[in-house]
Design a protein. Structure first.
Length: 95
């Protein structure tokens, strides 16, 4: 059952990212962002955003037992890489 759920989250995340154009304005010179802020940036629900945090693709910090924040520089780099990867794959499909 967990595999299906993970595939669903993964598909949702990468589908949302494929529609994005990167902008530094999303971060407003922040060092940390909440999981909710991250979910709004990439356009997924909060549950999917928490799934994404658990994948360890970018740095996060646990502030308390229930609060996780995302290190912006690490997330920005991961997001830029994903957007670029999607563009490259799209260009290859169109060629």
């Amino acid at each position: 059952m967990e595999i299906i759920k993970s595939r669903c989250h993964s598909k949702c995340v990468f589908s949302a990212i494929s529609k994005l154009e990167y902008s530094d304005e999303w971060f407003f010179d922040k060092i940390l962002i909440s999981v909710k802020e991250m979910s709004e940036i990439i356009g997924v629900d909060v549950v999917t955003a928490y799934w994404l945090v658990k994948q360890d693709w970018f740095e996060v910090a646990r502030v308390s037992d229930r609060n996780i924040v995302i290190i912006v520089e690490s997330f920005k780099q991961w997001l830029k890489d994903q957007i670029e990867k999607n563009k490259t794959q799209g260009e290859q499909k169109n060629a």
